[in-house]
Write a protein that binds this ligand. Structure first.
Ligand code: VGL
Ligand code: ZN
Length: 225
């Protein structure tokens, strides 16, 4: 199913126990970046507004940050003869290889300059193990190794999470489904995200995966204070 065909909730009232997770809004995923997502910058102002709203209600805001070593195995450059977006499957890596991106300490790994980072109360870095990717903010791609996000959210008594950012078909998707599997009520903010779109069926796959796991779909305009 396509994202635009999914049934969305009309409104959701913010309440105690809610948290906002802003996924990977970093320079390399923005137009002109190393792994540019089309329109990846288009909803930045709305994300900034939402962080302000959560702060007003004293609700936690968490950012994730893709944070790879320069020789990360998800990079096509580490595989002789392979190019970015070539299909590739190995434990913790795939289904495609990526251009070098979000390398630790580089400008590409920094949060997007338009993003207001002031209200991020925690930043969870992920993807720092050379031989394993981490699409999800909760678990690395072995689906076992914790990033610490779950512990942080539990420590703050979070029950429901609103997820947005980049990219819809990778890091936001996996954050949403892992959150649901861990027992959080998850709202995927479909107007505050954009997909990589590779391979071709990645968005449909993500939408179906989220529906199966009970993730709910919502537009940010439906959030009631
Ligand atoms: C992402 C591919 C590789 C993302 C990160 O943030 O969605 N996608 N690394
Ligand atoms: Zn990455």
């Amino acid at each position: 199913m396509e994202l635009k065909d999914v049934r969305h909730l009309d409104t959701v009232q913010l309440q105690k126990g809610d948290a906002l997770i802003v996924v990977d809004m970093q320079n390399d995923f923005m137009p002109g970046g190393a792994l540019a997502v089309e329109k990846g910058d288009a909803f930045t102002a709305q994300v900034n507004e939402l962080t302000a709203l959560f702060k007003e209600h004293d609700l936690p805001v968490v950012f994730t940050q893709d944070w790879h070593p320069p020789d990360h195995d998800s990079f096509a450059s580490q595989h002789p003869g392979k190019r970015a977006f070539d299909a590739y499957e190995a434990p913790g890596i795939g289904p495609v290889l990526w251009p070098d991106h979000a390398v630790q300490g580089t400008n590409g790994a920094e949060f997007y300059r338009g993003l207001d980072t002031r209200r991020a109360q925690a930043v969870i870095r992920k993807g720092y193990h050379k031989n394993k990717d981490s699409y999800s903010g909760f678990l690395e791609n072995d689906h076992v190794t914790e990033t610490g996000l779950d512990g942080y959210l539990r420590g703050r008594n979070v029950k429901r999470v609103f997820v947005c950012g980049l990219a819809a078909d990778y890091c936001v998707y996996f954050t949403a489904v892992d959150g649901a599997a861990k027992g959080y009520e998850v709202f995927f903010l479909s107007d505050l995200t954009s997909p990589v779109g590779s391979p071709q069926d990645s968005v449909k796959n993500a939408v179906n995966g989220m529906r199966q796991k009970g993730v709910r779909f919502l537009k940010s305009t439906g959030i009631r204070r």
